[in-house]
Design a protein around this ligand. Structure first.
Ligand code: GLP
Length: 236
């Protein structure tokens, strides 16, 4: 794994956006795997800046997002579909029909998971997958567990994750307790992976997933088995 320590969150965001921008320039119809959470917001801001400066064309780009809360659809401002529209898609010339987020309102989440994995496969997989990381080592919403789940699947969120994400909701009680997330197959088939982590509080988990044992108790540790991962960390 390649490790870059950025001097600031802004620098982290510029580096991540630079890698994604190079991919879009090299392959205008590339497939981007995108992430939510607060950390990638700066990366999306940098991509918007590059689009506004005329450097980037998203008209042929396709995207697949990692996860969505169960019970929320795009009309909810807490949904990850809303987050993506608000933080990126509404500000660039992407065709929304080419953007994909798991359906949190699907009647049968396991069927939705199968549909999503087929979609990723039919796109030929992602060229770049952007990831954040939870304090417990989760990627997407793959929480610490006894096993790694390959398929896109329903998960019950850990208390730690609900606590961490409560800051985006009016109260903790409003945080959905379940989500649907890409599993390790869809994440690991990416040709290139970028993981962004920001803040002193993420330092330990970054060390652990990069250098500790590969174990489902630290879901991000599976990235040690991928051939092209860049971790960009900034302390502040
Ligand atoms: C959520 C998302 C993850 C993200 C994590 C960390 O749980 N499902 O994909 O990595 O938050 O978020 P933050 O970047 O806000 O710390």
């Amino acid at each position: 794994m390649k490790y870059i320590e950025a001097g600031s969150y802004e620098e982290l965001s510029r580096i991540a956006a630079g890698i994604i921008a190079d991919q879009v320039k090299e392959k205008p119809d590339c497939v981007l795997g995108l992430a939510t959470g607060s950390t990638p917001i700066g990366t999306y801001k940098e991509l918007i800046k590059k689009y506004e400066a005329g450097e980037l064309d998203f008209s042929k780009v396709k995207t697949v997002n990692l996860d969505e809360y169960i019970g929320l659809d795009g009309s909810s401002d807490q949904s990850y579909r809303y987050f993506m529209n608000h933080n990126l898609f509404d500000h660039v010339n992407i065709d929304k029909n080419n953007t994909n987020v798991p359906n949190g309102k699907a009647a049968d989440p396991s069927k939705e998971g199968a549909r999503y994995d087929e979609l990723v496969a039919s796109l030929g997989g992602t060229d770049i997958q952007l990831l954040g990381i939870g304090h417990d080592g989760h990627i997407g919403f793959n929480e610490p567990d006894e096993v790694f789940y390959a398929a896109t699947h329903e998960v019950v969120l850990d208390d730690m994750t609900i606590d961490a994400n409560a800051r985006f909701f009016a109260s903790r009680d409003e945080v959905p307790t379940k989500a649907i997330t890409m599993g390790m197959w869809a994440i690991m088939q990416a040709k290139k992976i970028i993981l962004v982590a920001n803040g002193e509080g993420k330092k330990d988990i970054v060390d652990k997933f990069m250098h500790g044992p590969v174990t489902p108790k630290v879901p991000a540790s599976i990235l040690q088995c991928h051939r092209d991962v860049t971790v960009i960390y900034s302390k502040n």
